[in-house]
Design a protein around this ligand. Structure first.
Ligand code: HSE
Length: 298
């Protein structure tokens, strides 16, 4: 085995009404540098990573080992340095990025030659839904679903806009944010939720970002149930709209919020929010178009 690197982007899932289905890869990265070694060694360089450096309990290694075991292989000992720009448990797909990194690690270290479809199916099975795993793997704006155990996906041409994240200091566990959602929806509710999502996709594809922003803010699958768990939910939506954002939603299961904004307004809106929400990290990002990648020379 030669040394190699793995780079996996963050992602923002749901985009409002695309619950468990839509996600956009973003230019914040989880990076692993992997070298062959006669014993396991993990070095972490980021406050965004859990303190766990015991390889037996490290999530990325656990994923890689179980993928290798499913192909009747054993993951060889490695020396791995991990860095992450993706805040943990903030709704930016950190666990999906870790899962994708684990799959890539097993694929490279054990020469599994997994296809992208296999990686997506393994990742989706581990995560439970494909909305973060798919963009983390493929890059760009991905709309995905699981039908009869197949993960089907399509990519939407990148919207021509900028993305602002409002990242609070506190975290929110996805299980907790999922526990407040209803078990069932009435037919009327489901039809309306699906129609709003359909119009969102059509308006993004048509480049009608004002209509897309309106639809982003009309979700009835999850946002109304989660709003009270998200700090400053209403204030951020109102203030962003006043500053010219198209639409503002909960990023994934939160607590980060995310706006789509016109290309010439991003810097100005970020500067405004840095004063309005001094305790937040407010950042201007771009879509990632590469998805996860293997770096042979690092
Ligand atoms: N679609 C997921 C949710 C994203 O909203 O719960 C977080 O895993």
């Amino acid at each position: 085995m030669k040394s190699f690197g793995i780079r996996v982007p963050a992602s923002s899932a749901n985009i409002g009404p695309g619950f468990d289905s839509m996600g956009l890869a973003l230019n914040l990265y989880l990076t692993l540098k992997v070298s062959p070694s006669d014993k396991w060694e993990i070095t972490q360089h980021s406050p965004n990573l859990p303190e766990q450096t015991d390889y037996d309990n490290h999530y990325i290694i656990q994923v890689a080992r179980s993928v290798a075991a499913n192909w009747n292989q054993e993951l060889p000992a490695c020396s791995i340095t991990i860095e992450s720009e993706i805040p943990l448990a903030r709704g930016l797909g950190s666990s999906a990025s870790a899962i994708v990194a684990g799959i890539e690690l097993a694929d490279q270290a054990c020469n599994l030659n997994l296809t992208q479809e296999q990686k997506l199916e393994i990742g989706t099975e581990i995560e439970g839904h494909p909305d973060n795993v798919a963009p983390a793997l493929v890059g760009g704006f991905i709309i995905s679903t699981v039908v009869n155990d197949d993960v089907d996906w399509a990519s939407l041409q990148d919207p021509d806009l900028e993305v602002i994240l409002y990242i609070p200091g506190s975290d929110l566990k996805t299980e907790e944010a999922r526990s407040v959602l209803p078990e069932n929806y009435t037919r009327e509710h489901a039809a309306s939720a699906s129609a709003i999502s359909n119009v969102l996709i059509a308006s993004l594809a048509a480049g009608d970002y004002s209509l897309a922003g309106k639809m982003m803010e009309q979700d009835v699958f999850h946002e109304p149930y989660r709003a009270s768990m998200i700090p400053n939910y209403h204030d951020i939506r109102r203030e962003a709209k006043q500053q010219g954002a198209y639409g503002t939603v909960i990023s994934g299961a939160g607590p980060t919020m995310m706006s789509f904004v016109p290309k010439d307004k991003g810097q100005m809106i970020v500067a405004h929010f840095q004063e309005f929400l001094p305790d937040y990290q407010v950042v201007l990002l771009q879509a990632d178009h590469t998805g996860s990648s293997i770096i042979s020379n690092f």
